[in-house]
Design a binder for this molecule. Structure first.
Ligand code: A3P
Length: 288
């Protein structure tokens, strides 16, 4: 797959640019300097492989912590650590809720020292593949116009920005195993789709915020896909997208992969999944 020269595999130690953040000056040094940045005690970090529902959970988390007025004010890219200058990172008002797709080992070490809470979001990697394909082929910066089939191979190999879904997921499991007391709350996209109320209630408990049932229900309703898409599309930067239509909120479903994967692609993926995830305990559901 020769198209899309600017989608490169994550290789932080040997030079690494995330195409959508390339406007950031000295991006490489910036990313490499992140481990030395300071954290605040009540910082919250949302960690996820791209296209796993980071925007959604960031919105939910901000509303739980800061109230409904926080809603639809900003786009999640504004608070992605790897896309922020150090200055902006330091000026972010508390309580701070950051997003990142970078492996834990590259993040500010102070998060670990201060035991800042982490919300770790997972989504089944077939829907992620489809969502990421649309992301790469529709966002101008990537200059990517490859077809789905070669893209899928490329995704499986991890030859995309942020690398392989498998490596990311296995790495998080290792981090949690090495430090079982670390406050990490795992959330699955599929569980959120299935029962948002239950999941948001669990999240509120983890965040130690006291919100009544009515509030939780409102958060759930305000963060439903159609509602969020309508509101967020107004503040997304439409120019970033090739067709001039904001595409971050695309379909928001579980199982859309069935419209993209052929039976043989799906079977091949399953074999690779079983091999790569054989020692894993994550409970991924490809359908609900
Ligand atoms: P699709 O491309 O499958 O629609 P991220 O925020 O990590 O980049 O993930 C983007 C994916 O989450 C997109 O998936 C997007 O539509 C979906 N998403 C965003 N908000 C959502 C919501 N409120 N409910 C369900 N899915 C949502």
């Amino acid at each position: 797959d020769k198209s899309g020269a600017t989608i490169t595999a994550l290789d932080i130690d040997n030079g690494y640019i995330i195409p959508t953040f390339k406007a950031l000056e000295n991006h490489e040094q910036h990313v490499l300097s992140m481990p030395t940045w300071n954290a605040e005690n009540d910082d919250i970090l949302i960690c996820a492989y791209p296209k796993s529902g980071t925007h959604w959970l960031w919105e939910v988390t901000c509303m739980l912590l800061k109230g409904k007025a926080e809603r639809i004010k900003r786009v999640k890219e504004d608070v992605m650590i790897e896309g922020m200058t150090k200055d902006r990172y330091e000026k972010e008002p508390v309580p701070r809720v950051f997003n990142t797709h970078i492996l834990f080992k590259y993040l500010p070490e102070d998060f670990r020292k201060k035991r800042c809470k982490i919300l770790y979001v997972l989504r089944n990697p077939k829907d992620v593949a489809v969502s990421y394909y649309n992301h790469h082929s529709k966002i101008r910066e990537y200059e990517y116009d490859g077809k789905w089939e070669p893209y899928l191979d490329r995704y499986i190999e991890g030859n995309v920005d942020y690398g392989s879904w498998f490596d990311y997921t296995v790495d998080w499991e290792r981090v949690m195993k090495e430090d079982p007391e670390y406050p990490v709350h795992m959330m699955y996209y599929e569980d959120m789709k299935e029962n948002g109320m239950r999941e948001i209630q669990r999240l509120a408990k983890f965040l130690e915020v006291d919100r009544d049932e009515k509030f939780i229900r409102e958060v759930d309703e305000l963060c439903q896909f159609d509602r969020m898409k309508k509101d967020k599309d107004k503040i997304e930067n439409a120019d970033e997208w090739k067709n001039g239509q904001p595409g971050m909120y695309r379909k928001g479903q579980v199982g859309d992969w069935k419209n993209w994967f052929t039976v043989s692609q799906s079977e091949k993926f399953d074999v690779i999944y079983d091999e790569k995830m054989k020692n894993s305990n994550v409970k991924i559901r490809f359908t609900i």
